[in-house]
Design a protein around this ligand. Structure first.
Ligand code: NAD
Length: 298
């Protein structure tokens, strides 16, 4: 069994760390939030007082942080006191599961390599239900040898593990996935809002489209209309789940990537704007499926 340091125990990291404990690993946890650390301790993790303390003496370090700046700050570089890369023992494998920009992923991987540490990025898809059930899809970028070492750990938190290529490739696939999710989520929200306004029960639309050509993950597994997907944030006052602010970040990353390679993204751009408006309306801390409330006229 391995010694694992886990940093970032929020909506996703908390249940992922709990699953590593259930699999028999010794997990040491750190987060800036005391509440998140307490929940991890209740799930069987040991508490670390800092990221550096969490990084020392581990076989593997996993992180699940909000965005690129957090990941760059936590990992740091060789010689940067208090950083993960400086504090980790030689031979420790680094796995960052956060969704971040490709450039940050590549620069952190380069810093790890300079210190002689193996690293992969492994952003995920599947949401909080997938994190709790250990059925996430792990979208991995990094050297093949590091991927093979990371795989047994990724298979505990995920149901499917895909090696996409070198450093940055996992993040590239992940932001395309989330741009497609943002577009389909808004599409489902529009359909649900329209059917209700036409005087027809949204459950009927769900039943028909689930079996038909309008089907999507957002429709069946994460419906934005309360009561149509058991356990979805819509039935829980849009408590995340996956915060709107995270989706605003991910769609902005997709647009930035599109601009960098000259690919027009008309619907991705519209979705990014919608999620920015959602945040500006003060709902960025709510689940992204709550975007349906931006469409409701009554
Ligand atoms: P979250 O905000 O719930 O959790 C992030 C945690 O990181 C928080 O507990 C925060 O206190 C901690 N943190 C921030 N800076 C830190 C630091 N310097 N040191 C230690 N801890 C720090 O976010 P989440 O929903 O768990 O998402 C995490 C990542 O997973 C994001 O990149 C997100 O895009 C991605 N993701 C989320 C979902 C989802 O459904 N929530 C799905 C797929 C991917």
């Amino acid at each position: 069994m391995a010694r694992i340091g886990f940093i970032g125990l929020g909506n996703m990291g908390g249940p992922m760390a709990a699953n590593l404990v259930k699999a028999g690993h010794t997990v040491t946890a750190f987060d800036l939030s005391d509440a998140a650390v307490s929940a991890a301790v209740a799930a069987g993790c040991q508490k670390a007082e800092s990221a550096a303390a969490c990084a020392k003496g581990q076989d593997v370090i996993m992180t699940m942080l909000p965005a690129g700046p957090h990941v760059r700050a936590v990992y740091g570089a060789k010689g940067e006191q208090g950083s993960v890369i400086d504090s980790a023992d030689s031979g420790t494998l680094l796995i960052d599961c956060s969704t971040i920009d490709v450039a940050s992923a590549r620069s952190v991987a380069a810093n790890a390599e300079e210190r002689g540490l193996e690293m992969v990025e492994a952003p995920v898809t599947g949401g909080v239900p997938g994190a709790v059930a250990g059925t996430l899809t792990m979208i991995v970028g990094g050297p093949k040898a590091a991927f093979e070492k990371a795989k047994p750990f990724l298979e505990i938190v995920g149901g499917k593990v895909v090696h996409c290529g070198e450093a940055g490739a996992g993040q590239a696939v992940k932001i395309c996935n989330n741009m497609m999710l943002a577009i389909t989520m808004i599409g489902v929200a529009e359909g649900m809002t329209l059917i209700r306004a036409l005087g027809i029960d949204p459950a009927i639309l769900k039943e028909v489209s689930t079996a038909g050509s309008g089907n999507s993950w957002a429709l069946t597994n994460y419906n934005p209309e309360p009561g149509l997907t058991e356990g979805a944030p819509a039935g829980n006052g849009y408590k995340p789940g996956f915060a709107g602010a995270m989706m605003a970040k991910d769609t902005a990353l997709a647009i930035e990537a599109g601009t960098s390679v000259g690919v027009p993204l008309p619907l991705g751009g519209a979705a990014a704007q919608m999620f920015r408006l959602y945040c500006q309306a003060g709902m960025g801390g709510d689940d992204m499926s709550g975007i349906i409330r931006m469409l409701k006229t009554k």
